[in-house]
Design a protein around this ligand. Structure first.
Ligand code: NAD
Length: 331
């Protein structure tokens, strides 16, 4: 039995990952630590409530003395660290909590891992889940590789960049066995309604205005949640210690295109006339420091670990819309 501590397991990516690990690896005990901030929701995990190999602990990752106790009590072998403040807009209005959770919280987990594993690192792993936003913004050409210099622009990406640096520092200084992945924007079931895709879906369904920043031409490289989970699974099991992988699905789409695709699909599913909801789009003042374009060069994870995204955007987004419609009993 391997004891894996997952942090932030009540959030969007964490809940999808925890469910996958609990169901697919009965020989692992998954201990989910989450402080149930506004972004955490235990109903995301209802279907595994009764699994014997799953345990939830409500705790703040910054609470170092309690985190140390959890490592001892649960005999933690590996960590998959996802807990974070994750919304760029919130980081612009309140950067302090981002530094606290994303930087100090990560440091608290690193220290606890180092203390508990001591020098007996055999079979241990600290997996840090991070973002492509640490690389900054691209012009119209090129893509982020694992060698792209860090150049974060928002308080969110600055806090994630800082946490990545601390994770690498623990590898360089103490030989803590770590691995990091930097992933592009995810979408799919369980995502908080403040994020772009759920926000558009909710607003189209409820016929309320859809705010789009600036000219709507900002581009992100969208990845369906199941493809992110499969990449984390591969990296967790097969990566060499100390490595970094970029994860992205080669789905570069602008905010304008996203809103049009969603409107067209949802209008059709709800029996509305084609494009009826286009009038809901409202261009609003741009986000401060808004990065223009992100794109991922995913050749390293493909070549070294054989990972391949399975979902084209059109497929993943169908599944996502249906999930929301089902949840609202509109389907
Ligand atoms: P989320 O906001 O949906 O979930 C974060 C979870 O962390 C929540 O359940 C929240 O309650 C918990 N949490 C927050 N502060 C905590 C604390 N102090 N102690 C314990 N738990 C705490 O975020 P997400 O979108 O699922 O992202 C998860 C991770 O993946 C983050 O580290 C994020 O930076 C990274 N990431 C996200 C994306 C994306 O597109 N969503 C892309 C790349 C990387």
């Amino acid at each position: 039995m391997k004891n894996i501590l997952v942090t932030g397991g009540a959030g969007f990516i964490g809940s999808n990952l925890v469910k996958f690990f609990v169901k697919n690896y009965p020989n692992y005990r998954i201990i989910n630590i989450d402080n149930l901030s506004y972004a955490g929701n235990l109903s995301n995990l209802k279907e595994i409530d009764n699994y014997q190999n799953y345990k939830f602990i409500k705790e703040d990752i910054c609470n170092f003395s309690e985190i140390k106790k959890i490592f001892v009590n649960e005999k933690v072998d590996s960590v998959i660290h996802l807990a974070a403040e994750s919304h760029v807009d919130r980081s612009i209005s309140d950067p302090l909590i981002f530094a606290k959770t994303n930087v100090l919280g990560t440091l608290s987990l690193l220290q606890a891992s180092k203390a508990y594993w001591n020098s007996n690192n055999y079979g241990k792993l600290f997996y840090h889940v991070s973002t492509d936003e640490v690389y900054g913004s691209l012009g119209s050409e090129g893509a982020f590789t694992e060698k792209t210099a860090y150049d974060p622009h928002s308080p969110y990406s600055a806090s994630k960049a800082s946490s990545d640096h601390f994770v690498r520092a623990f590898y360089d200084t103490y030989k803590l066995p770590i691995v990091i992945s930097n992933c592009s924007n995810n979408y799919g079931p369980n995502q908080h309604s403040e994020k772009l895709i759920p926000l558009i879906i909710n607003n189209v369904i409820n016929k309320i205005s859809i705010p789009i920043y600036g000219d709507g031409k900002n581009i992100r490289d969208w990845l369906f949640i199941k493809d992110h989970v499969s990449a984390i699974d591969l990296i967790f099991h097969n990566s060499e210690i100390g490595k970094t992988y970029n994860i992205g699905g080669n789905n570069e789409i602008s905010n304008n295109e996203i809103s049009k695709i969603l409107i067209q699909k949802i209008d059709k599913k709800l029996g509305r006339s084609s494009g009826e909801s286009l009038k809901l789009i409202e261009y609003v003042e741009d986000r401060l420091g808004h990065d223009k374009r992100y794109a991922i060069d995913n050749s390293k994870i493909k070549k070294e670990l054989g990972w391949k995204p399975k979902y084209r955007f059109e497929q993943g987004i169908e599944e996502t819309i249906d999930w929301y419609l089902n949840k609202l009993s509109l389907f």
